[in-house]
Write a protein of this length. Structure first.
Length: 405
């Protein structure tokens, strides 16, 4: 009996000891798991705090950058452009001493996008009140040179096909081969024009103010031009027809400086004819040795004059000056009778800016570097074609051109 009690006592103590050992092991395991969970929770809280700080910093940065983004968006709507041309010019007119002069032309323009359909632009340029030249001769004992308003316009896109331009604007009329038969390249008319462009058709209708007068009716220039382009495989062809009518010029003194510039004057020194110009032109565009080639011919007749009322131009343009090493070559022949066009607005270089003349224009250009080129023009012409004695007028121009945009 005593043995049994002893054995039972040993078994019970062993069991309780074993149970105690098991409880201690489980407690230690629970403590270890609790420690792991605590560490994980601390890690998660730290990450959450870091994320909150990053979100706050990002929100602050975006708030600080918002005005800058808006500013960049506005500046992206403004485009600047400009050019500078330094010209050496030699003029040989029969009966007068030869003339050599250095001239510069500087232009600076700003174009702003008001909204998705409306642009406005302003351009300043050197020169004087001459409507066909922004050149400034370098003379006058180093005197300062004048800057004038060359452009001030709006362009309103009314639809995909129609647009309206007003103010002092770039000439919207197409010139075949860029020949200055009717319009000088620097002429920027004043008034309003409506343009249409769709499927190879282009049309322009306009009203321009030539001379505002207090005591009599204003002199106006109104008209329209239609241009149609045709694709011919790798080539293209275009034809245009235009009608341009001046009012209140006949019987008035020639504008600007009173000079006739080849137009017929009456016995009182006033303009003898009206000017209602009918114009037609064709162009053919192809390529030669991977260079663009343009062939053109244009004709004009002043239907308001009975004689000396026709003019024409024909020629070609090969190549285009774009980058360093690129080049261009152009030639045109012009014959402009005395009253074929209003002389104040046609080319101011050809035959000294006079009608009643004919001759040759040879031009060449070469790219010296990016946005930098050299140009040459030689004009061999004769004035006074309707008179008994003609006057030879030759002009050589050497240009160095720089531009940015």
């Amino acid at each position: 009996m005593k043995k049994f009690a002893l054995i039972l006592s040993v078994l019970l103590s062993t069991t309780f000891a074993s149970a105690a050992d098991d409880s201690a092991a489980e407690l230690a395991a629970l403590k270890a798991q609790l420690q792991i969970l605590t560490e994980r929770l601390a890690t998660l809280e730290a990450k959450q705090e870091k994320t909150a700080v990053q979100v706050t910093e990002t929100s602050t940065q975006l708030a600080e950058q918002k005005p800058e983004v808006q500013k960049k968006d506005w500046t992206s709507r403004i485009a600047l452009s400009g050019d500078l041309r330094d010209r050496m010019e030699y003029i040989d007119e029969r009966g007068k001493a030869t003339r050599t002069r250095n001239r510069v032309r500087a232009r600076f323009g700003v174009k702003a996008e008001v909204n998705d359909n409306l642009n406005v632009g302003i351009q300043l340029a050197t020169g004087s009140d001459d409507p066909t030249s922004t050149n400034q001769t370098l003379d006058g004992a180093f005197s300062s040179k004048g800057i004038n308003l060359d452009l001030a316009y709006f362009n309103w896109k009314l639809s995909d096909d129609w647009s309206l331009t007003g103010g002092k604007i770039k000439n919207p009329l197409h010139k075949a081969g860029k020949a200055p038969l009717i319009w000088d390249g620097d002429l920027n008319p004043e008034g309003a024009s409506m343009q249409y462009d769709n499927n190879g058709w282009q049309a322009t209708a306009f009203v321009f103010s030539v001379d505002e007068r207090k005591a009599s009716k204003d002199a106006l220039l109104t008209g329209a031009q239609i241009l149609k382009s045709f694709d011919m495989g790798d080539n293209s062809m275009s034809a245009n027809l235009g009608y341009f009518s001046y009012s209140q010029l006949k019987g008035s003194t020639p504008l600007i400086d009173g000079k006739a510039r080849g137009n017929t004057l009456d016995d009182n020194g006033r303009i003898a004819n009206d000017f209602d110009l009918l114009e037609g032109a064709v162009e053919f565009n192809t390529s030669v040795a991977d260079m663009p080639l343009n062939l053109f011919a244009s004709f004009v007749e002043n239907t308001a004059a009975d004689e000396e009322n026709q003019g024409y131009a024909l020629g070609f343009n090969l190549g285009k000056v774009k980058n360093k090493g690129s080049w261009s070559l152009g030639y045109s022949y012009m014959d402009v009778e005395a009253d074929a066009v209003y002389a104040l607005f046609n080319d101011s270089d050809f035959a000294g800016g006079e009608t009643d003349s004919k001759g040759h224009i040879l031009k060449a250009g070469y790219g010296l570097n990016k946005n930098m080129s050299f140009g040459l023009a030689y004009i061999a012409s004769k004035q006074d074609q309707s008179k008994d004695q003609q006057t030879a007028y030759d002009r050589l121009q050497l240009d160095l051109k720089f531009q940015f945009k």
